[in-house]
Ligand binder design. Sequence first.
Ligand code: NI
Length: 176
Amino acid sequence: MALIPIITIPDPVLRKVSKPVPEVTDGVLQLLADMAETMYNAPGIGLAAPQVSINHRLIVMDCGKDEDSRLLKMINPEIVRRSEELAVLEEGCLSIPDQTADVERPAFVEVKYIDIFGEEQYLRCEGLLAACVQHEVDHLDGVLFIDHISRLKRDMIVRRFMKEMRQSTGGAPRGR
Ligand code: NI
């Protein structure tokens, strides 16, 4: 197991559409294990492969606290159902450290994915897990949580992040 550096905005890798994973190889399983270790170490509740510079459709999540507290490793996840009902939750992202915003998304979703044994799975998600899985699947399409808020708030967050990054590290992006 190994920690992998997490990239931050404005790294262009975060804006690419990631490729599906054709086969569950040992390399894929190792990467998922490393991503989980990296997520817990950060600490965070979700991590997508593009955040560790790999444009493949892989995510890990552990939303903690309630009955959803378990490590989920998903290969080629796809949101197949979304509720009309919406919910607002505060979100942050390891690729935009220390910045948060209220984001409105479908309150309930169903996600289809391949598990580490190569089996197709369906999972219904609500609450924090629903927001988290939508946030992580967004990463696979080059979408960030700041894309779901007003331009004004987005510009404010990006400006604040870039300023804090310059002040804390003298210009080098954090987390690398
Ligand atoms: Ni994120």
